[in-house]
Write a protein that binds this ligand. Structure first.
Ligand code: G16
Ligand code: MG
Length: 217
């Protein structure tokens, strides 16, 4: 029986990928590395450190460790300038409706995100109160597809992983959910997320009946 609904943040609740892109793009331009929207796809669900490693590899650049740390801080400061302007209008379609429905059927709601900025973002868009537990980039040592982030989430609300369903937009996130033994729901492109148990383009495509039936799974 499904009792717990775990949400990824970026690309599922809000579209912060566009802000990550702008902040990374600024840094890439300074380093004279070509960084396109397609390259940005490689960074979805990936940690901040790993993201910079990928960008440097794209540009075939090697840098000093001290510069690596400085660039991470610079990127995050630029990213936070965008986050600071966020409000409820940036919540993706029907996410709020689904969170309310899950609450109404007494489901537990958990965040499972790679982002170290997850809490301020949830606060900015006014959704933090919905969450029974939040697991973010500050709590995990292993990145998705490692299931750690979701397993800690289940632990925090004292449920068995088999009682959890995960909503994810990244392939690595779907893989993490599958490895954790959780039901996986891809939000996004069908072909890209084909390892998921179910795939929807967005939350408007998911009915309350579907969620209710999961409860009885
Ligand atoms: C998110 C994004 C990634 C980002 C990561 C770390 O993961 O999808 O692109 O690199 O968080 O973010 P930050 O720099 O804010 O710590 P998720 O798991 O929420 O999709
Ligand atoms: Mg994501």
């Amino acid at each position: 029986m499904i009792t717990t609904y775990i949400f990824d943040l970026d690309g599922v609740i809000v579209d912060t990928a566009k802000y990550h892109y702008l902040a990374w793009k600024k840094l890439a331009d300074e380093l004279e590395i070509d960084f396109t929207h397609e390259h940005n796809e490689l960074l979805k669900g990936v940690s901040r450190v790993r993201s910079l490693e990928i960008i440097l590899k794209l540009g075939k650049k090697e840098i000093l460790t001290s510069d690596f740390e400085r660039f991470l801080i610079q990127k995050n400061e630029d990213y936070l300038k965008y986050i600071d302007k966020m409000d409820a209008s940036e919540i993706l379609p029907d996410v709020l409706g689904k969170l309310k429905f899950i609450k109404s059927i007494n489901g537990k709601i958990v965040l499972g995100s790679a982002s170290k900025n997850a809490k301020p973002i949830l606060q900015k868009v006014g959704l933090i109160e919905f969450f029974d537990a939040i697991v973010d980039g500050n709590d995990v040592s292993k990145a998705k597809p490692d299931p750690e982030v979701f397993l800690i989430g289940a632990q925090k609300v004292n449920v068995n992983p088999l009682e959890c369903v995960v909503f994810e937009d990244a392939v690595a996130g779907i893989q993490a959910a599958n490895i954790a033994g959780m039901l996986s729901i891809g939000i996004g492109d069908k072909a890209t997320l084909n390892e998921a148990d179910y795939i929807f383009t967005d939350f408007t495509q998911i009915t309350n009946e579907f969620l209710q039936n999961l409860e009885n799974n």
